[in-house]
Ligand binder design. Sequence first.
Ligand SMILES: O=C(O)CCC(=O)C(=O)O
Length: 351
Amino acid sequence: MKPPPLPPAPRPPRIDAELLPSNWWQWVAENRLRDCTPESMLQTMLAADLPRAACEAALAQIESDPVFAAARRMQQLHRKLESVLANQQRLWERVPYYERVEKRSHVSTDEFMSRYVHGCRPLVITELARDWPALSRWSAADLKQRFGHLDVEVQAERHKDRRYEQNKLELRRTVRLADFVDQVVQGGTTNDYYLTANNEMLRRPEFAPLLADIGSLPEFCDRSALSRACSFWFGPGGTITPLHHDTLMLLHTQVVGRKRWRFVSPLETPRVYNYNGVFSEVDVDAPDLARYPRFAEVKVLEVVLEPGETMFLPLGWWHQVSSLELSLSFSFSNLAFDNTFSYQNPEIQDW
Ligand SMILES: O=C(O)CCC(=O)C(=O)O
């Protein structure tokens, strides 16, 4: 006769869940998965006035929790995928010109597709906009004279929110364009206000004359789709668009002023602290390596886009953009080939 099955091993005594608020249980699990040490976590929990006995018990108990064990198994797949990306990145970096963003005057459609679109490399095209009336016409004064009577949507008081780009909806203001031009011209260097792509003003018929200032486009762009797929940017020197990636490929022509672009490869995504949507927590101009240590391994590419030059942003590349002086620019994503991609954005809040 078979012996009766052994009774299950006694589970470790569980602490009273009420002693630790439930959001702290999630915090404990997440931070152990991120390899924070139990000692450093205990210090953080005590600093938040949690009872020591409950903290110590939770830190011990999480390791034998079956749900946490399942999360550890899922983490193995995550780590495998990270190493696939890291290996691919090492191959990309073996190309001698990896750290340089090329500037080319002309590029054929075939080469554009193979080397930059499929090869996934940023590129500056110096002559793409050579016949655009915008290059000789657009200025702060011209904006005021032709469109100053119209209202536009801008971002304002960005100093109030460290995550101003992520929380841009709260910083929207509608202003008379003439007033905004005066503010930009007279206000000097600042990151406090910026008319960004989100204003959608080129969709409005009153701004159609701006689109008429866009001259010929290369054959890898679809002219008929331009008005639905373009954006206008205007702001003072000193604006910073923080590190993020777009969800399609686009071109960005600098019409007035210069902008410095800093790029990070999409294969470095595990090292840019992408906790929310398309945004990174890291300021590439001054990375806080104590807080974001994995960013130390990242290779940053840098280039200054001069007036008249056009940046090609390949798919998924992280970029942070700073205006070096008063700037007017025009971006467009009407590429004449499939430019729609799907992202499963991590919407991890409250990290
Ligand atoms: O010019 C800027 O400030 C940001 C441009 C940008 O991030 C973009 O076009 O995706």
